[in-house]
Design a protein around this ligand. Structure first.
Ligand SMILES: [Zn+2]
Length: 555
């Protein structure tokens, strides 16, 4: 290494807006503002570390102060005194301040003194405060005074990774630019250029691995390349990069994702075991799995994830073909919950294993959209018109019921799997008896009559009116419903009725015997339902049962 060695990030720092990588929206807007001479007093660059905030600020400073042009220019010459001094960080008219170490009110007061004087030889006095969110509250207040009445020769440029910590009074006086993480393919392209200029041989897999490890930060990517050159010399392979970052090989991440999708549990566990033994960073591995499923979800919505190479995209398309959106969402939920738990966990491996096995189980959860799609497929073509025009009353009960189920009507005719009624009643009786011993013998006189989507109906014989009234006092009802909900973990209701009540299976309020106008239970109709092939298929799909038959209201 020669004594003139310069870190790559500095050596290859973009000097023109056109060279800035991955922030085209900002470059365009700033360029336009300069071209039209509509330059604000204060700018705020927000973005993750190493995405180009300081680089943009320096180029902007040159654009404002370049001596070659008569006015601010979007293409500073880079050669005049002002440009050269700004690039070297030695311009007396451009003050670069680290907000983290100069965060007191005293420093800001000094700053206010400085800005009162006109610039020495440049057009503007430019104050650049990096990590501006680190300023103390009094410092912000002092800064605000200057921002409220800025001298015309002063421009403020702020940068932050954490805009939430900046007071609104400051934010509202800045023009804000949000830098995004730089897509992997752009980082790869940029690094390839550097490697070529440095005469270092870096394989494409290695470049991609560096980009993955840098997670959208160009500076981190360049530092990694620096380190790799120092460790490995002039030839860099993927495994070198993976070792430095503790990353799992991309192939292994893919294998793990596919084990998950295809429910190959043993294989998933074995992959985690071998990666853990190799000392790979398991939290990082989970991050990568999350990124992968996030990209899959984006693909499934019909959009195209932007930060991927063609090869990665082809892989993902193959996986997307085997995945429904509902399941992708569930997997993402499970993995991101695990991500939170892993952050503070001593043993990350167990959390990763649990998350993967749980995510594999989503295979058995039938996604609603899939059920609906299958249901639609179950409806014969002749009745499709009924789907297209749902307002038309149909006299065909099976089709009407199917439509109701498929459209998620509030009172579906087909119930989701329910706890077994008799067992539930026994458990409820015992639990309620423990809470209110007096209820025990009263409830022993009742029997469960029906269990529908959200209501358990229990009945007493007419001769047990006293027991029924006892069970149905407001306080006892409350106890019963509370126990019922604890047992089922569902928002269940309880109806207490006389067992010979004529309109029992109709839903309704507690103990009320009002009859819903449009609903009617007909044993023969239920019979017809049970044997209808479409209904059978629907019941099969939902693993449901027919609880009630409801005819559509007459027109
Ligand atoms: Zn210049």
């Amino acid at each position: 290494m020669s004594s003139a060695y310069q870190v790559l990030a500095r050596k290859y720092r973009p000097q023109q807006f056109a060279e800035v990588v991955g922030q085209p929206h900002i470059v365009r807007t700033l360029g336009n503002a300069i071209a039209r001479q509509r330059i604000a007093h204060a700018y705020l660059f927000v973005g993750p570390r190493g995405t180009g905030k300081t680089t943009l600020a320096r180029i902007f400073a040159k654009a404002l102060n370049c001596a070659k042009a008569k006015a601010p220019t979007a293409e500073p010459c880079g050669a005049c005194d002002n440009c050269a001094e700004i690039a070297a960080g030695s311009s007396l008219d451009v003050l670069e301040i680290d907000g983290a170490s100069n965060n007191g009110v005293e420093q800001v007061r000094e700053l206010r003194e400085t800005v009162r004087y006109a610039p020495g030889k440049a057009r503007f006095k430019i104050i650049y405060i990096d990590e501006v969110h680190m300023l103390s509250v009094p410092a912000f207040n002092a800064l605000l005074k200057t921002l409220e009445e800025p001298p015309p020769h002063v421009k403020f440029l702020f940068a932050t990774t954490d805009p939430q910590k900046i007071p609104l009074t400051i934010l509202s006086r800045c023009q804000r630019f949000d830098l995004r993480r730089i897509p992997s393919d752009l980082i790869v392209k940029h690094l390839r250029g550097i490697a070529k200029a440095e005469k270092v041989e870096v394989s494409d897999d290695a470049l991609l691995a560096i980009a993955r490890g840098a997670n959208g930060g160009m500076r981190d990517a360049q530092s990694a390349l620096d380190q790799l050159i120092a460790f490995c010399g002039n030839k860099i392979e993927e495994r070198d990069v993976l070792t430095i970052f503790g990353l799992a090989p991309r192939e292994q991440v893919k294998n793990l994702a596919r084990s998950l999708l295809d429910a190959r549990r043993a294989e998933a566990i074995a992959t985690i075991a071998s990666l853990a033994e190799e000392g790979r960073d398991l939290a990082r591995l989970l991050d990568e799995l999350l990124d992968r499923f996030r990209a899959l979800l984006i693909l499934l919505t019909g959009a195209s994830p932007s930060e991927l190479t063609e090869e990665e995209l082809a892989d993902l398309r193959e996986e997307a073909a085997r995945l429904q959106r509902g399941r992708a969402l569930r997997i993402l939920e499970i993995l991101s919950a695990a991500q939170n738990q892993m952050r503070h966990a001593l043993s990350k491996r167990i959390h990763l294993e649990i998350a993967l096995l749980t995510a594999i189980e989503t295979q058995n959860e039938i996604a609603l959209e899939e059920v609906i799609a299958r249901l639609r497929g179950a409806v014969p073509p002749s009745s499709r018109s009924a789907h297209a025009a749902p307002a038309t009353p149909s006299s065909d009960p099976p089709v009407a019921a199917l439509r109701e189920a498929a459209s998620g009507a509030s009172e579906p005719a087909i119930a989701a799997p329910l706890p077994e009624m008799t067992a539930l009643w026994t458990e409820l009786r015992e639990a309620a008896g423990r809470s209110v011993p007096m209820l025990k013998s009263a409830l022993a006189q009742a029997r469960p009559l029906s269990l529908s989507g959200d209501t358990l109906v229990v009945g007493f014989d007419r001769t047990m009116e006293f027991e029924k009234d006892l069970a149905d006092t407001p306080k006892n009802r409350e106890t019963l419903v509370a126990r019922l909900r604890e047992i089922t973990r569902r928002p269940f209701n309880l109806r207490i009725v006389f067992a010979d009540d004529p309109d029992l299976p109709v839903g309704g309020g507690s103990g009320a015997s009002k009859k819903a106008a449009s609903s009617e239970t007909q044993p023969e109709a239920k019979e017809t339902f049970d044997h209808d092939p479409h209904i059978r298929k629907a019941l099969d799909l939902f693993k449901g049962e027919v609880v009630k038959v409801k005819r559509p209201a007459a027109k």
